[in-house]
Each structure stands twice: as C-alpha cells, then as structure tokens.
Design a protein. Structure first.
Length: 373
C-alpha cells in the first residue's frame, strides 16, 4: 500500500516554496523537503500568487492509500516580510486552520492548531531558504486551508476543543495507510485533555451506544466519555500513562462481554467469542444442554441474554461475567489503576456493574459538576 504525506509536510513544503520565490525572485513549479521519517517529499506547487512583499502557494494533500478526509485538499502557505531584522520566523494559522480552545493539546489555548513537529518542519525549511539567500530579516508564515472549516466538522476537532478548522499535524511527515495509529493518538489526546481539565476518573466507552440509558440511569452524558472504540487494552495503558488513578469503562454487552474472555481488542476481526462466553457463563450457572445450544446459535448478545432470562439464570450469568471482566481489567491495569465497569443493553437496561462502579461514577459526576460550575 502507498504511503502519503501529512498536512504538516504539505505546509512545510508550501512554506519553503513561498519563501524561495519571495527571497529568490524566481517562480518555482516544484519543491523538495526532508520529512522527519527521512523520506524526500517533492510536491507540485499550485495556485501561486507572487506580490512584491509576499508569496502565496499551495500543495495538494496526498494521503496515499489512507482513507483521509483531507486527501486532495489544498494546504496554503503565505510568506511575507515581517519588518524586523532579527532573523525570526513567525508561524501562524489563517482561515481553515483551527484554534485551540481547551487545555491538554499539543498547542496552548488560543494558538493555531499547528502541532509542534509541523512547526519545526516549517521553521527548518524556511530557515534553509533564508540561509541560502543570506537573508537576516524576519519572515511571517501563515498556513491556511480554505476548505478546513467544513472538513473539521467530519473530524474529532470539535470534540477536542479545536474550533474553526482542521489541525496541521504529523510526527513523521508521512501518512501510513492505516487508521489504528491515528485512532490511538486521538484517544491519548482526549485522555490528556480530560486530565488537564481535572477529571478525577477517566470515563471510557467504546462509543455512544446506550446514550439515553446512561443519562436516565446515572445522569451521565456518555458523549463526555473518552471513546476508545475497540482498543480496550491500549486505552487502559494510556489512562495509566496519562496519570489517572481511576478508570471506569461503560459500554454495551456486545463489546464488553469479550473482555470477560481476556480480549482487549474487541474488533470482530481480532476475536468474536461473544456467544461462547455467554454459553460458558450459562453452563457455569447450571444451564442445560439445550439452553447452551440455543445461546451458541444466537446472533446477538441481547438475544442470548433473553434466553438466559427465560432459563431463570440471567442475573447469575451476568454476575459471573462481571467477575471475569473485573479480573481482566485489573490484570491489564497491573496495579496502576483502580478499574470499574458498567455493562448495559438498550433493550434490557443495566446488566451488570463491578462493585466499585457506582462509587467511580459518583466521583465522575462530581468532577463534571465542578467543571461546569
């Protein structure tokens, strides 16, 4: 599969090209930069505007084979004389580049969402041009993405507190055709943000399924929870690394029953033993062979729960599964965290919770009240 290049690489390339045309006085059609990964990047330049005191040009984002919503988007850089003579390079965000509104992100509140590595890349490439032309004055670099505000609505940026546009990101300069790394980094950023905002408990959920149940039962807006998708184990590790001492996982039985088998990546391509675990729980609680066979033939965990209820063993089965979930979460936490779990189904309501889950939820709710008022 083909690698692509990050918005950070695009911004750095456009900045270098604009600086070259401004200081050298010669129009360029292509430019080459070095990415932190050691891979050369030589994009074609588009939409070039040359004025006496500024140059603006764009590089079109190429995400390779990664399903990136910014693929094909023009990333602009405008470089102009800043008036000083200290050799300073000022990097700012223009239209379509988001602004940071919450703590815990790569950039401070109020700053343009141009992350540290892209800023370093822009600085390095523009500085190289300044040295080549022996220019010692100040330059102002503005990165903009005309489509950025609309694109940002399809990203995690609004949830993370980045408003008005996309982020200029990337740590290696290249985009690998896989989404796992990006998802994990988003989870890490959200956890860090919740920690910065003073949350006493990291509340984590695979998704927003069961939103209404959590509001009605606990008064908790599940949308506030950090979404971990299928990456339960990685998230437990990141919660500990972020500095939390308490973790509460809330989710639908269809995902979390797998944790009762020690499975820490709940994607179906990694493992799907939902019915086997439900059947084992039923067997442990005295179900007959016919009931077990019916459970094994189920397509959904909610259907399996219905069969357990018919057999009069649902509560006992869920108690057994919750013991296993608690065991495996504690095993993964390895003494770094207090862990708790709440499991539910929309059609059945609360199915089970670990003994400490209520207390952790109360702490989380108290923390959210402090945040809101």
């Amino acid at each position: 599969m083909r690698n692509g290049f990050t918005t950070g690489s695009c911004a750095a390339a456009a900045s270098k090209a604009a600086a070259w045309m401004l200081l050298g006085g010669n129009r360029k059609e292509t430019i080459e930069i070095d990415t932190p990964a050691g891979v050369k990047y030589s994009p074609v330049l588009e939409d070039i505007t040359v004025l006496p005191k500024s140059v603006r040009c764009a590089v079109r984002k190429d995400a390779g084979d990664d399903p990136d919503i910014t693929n094909g988007t023009l990333i602009y850089a405008e470089v102009c004389y800043a008036g000083g003579d200290t050799g300073r390079i000022v990097i700012e965000g223009g239209c379509g580049v988001g602004r940071v509104t919450r703590p815990g992100l790569d950039q401070s509140v109020g700053s343009a969402a141009i992350n540290s590595v892209p800023r370093q890349m822009i600085e390095k490439e523009v500085r190289e041009v300044m040295d080549f032309f022996d220019y010692h004055g100040d330059l102002y670099v503005e990165i903009s993405v005309p489509e950025g505000e609309e694109l940002a609505k399809k990203t995690f940026n609004p949830r993370l507190g980045i408003e008005g546009g996309i982020s200029i990101i990337g740590t290696t300069g290249i985009v690998e055709p896989m989404s796992t790394k990006a998802i994990l980094e988003t989870i890490r950023v959200e956890l860090r943000q919740r920690k910065e905002m003073g949350d006493p408990v990291a509340v984590v959920s695979p998704g927003n399924y069961g939103l209404e149940f959590m509001k009605e039962k606990y008064g908790y807006d599940l949308d506030r929870a950090v979404k971990c998708s299928n990456y339960i184990g990685d998230t437990v590790d990141m919660v500990a690394e972020t500095g939390f001492s308490k973790l509460l996982i809330c989710g639908h039985i269809g995902k979390l029953v797998k944790v009762a088998g020690g499975i820490m990546n709940t994607h179906s391509r990694e493992a799907d033993c939902r019915m086997e675990l439900m059947a084992a729980a039923a067997a442990m609680r005295g179900a007959d062979a016919g009931t077990i066979r019916r459970i094994l033939s189920c397509l959904t965990t909610e259907e399996a729960c219905g069969i357990c209820r018919e057999a009069g063993i649902l509560e006992e089965c869920l108690s057994y599964l919750m013991e296993l979930i608690a065991f495996y979460l504690e095993k993964r936490a390895a003494g770094r965290l207090e862990t708790g779990c709440i499991v539910y189904a929309n059609s059945l309501g609360l199915l089970g919770e670990t003994p400490n889950a209520g207390g952790l939820m109360e702490e989380a709710l108290q923390g959210s009240k402090g945040e809101n008022g």
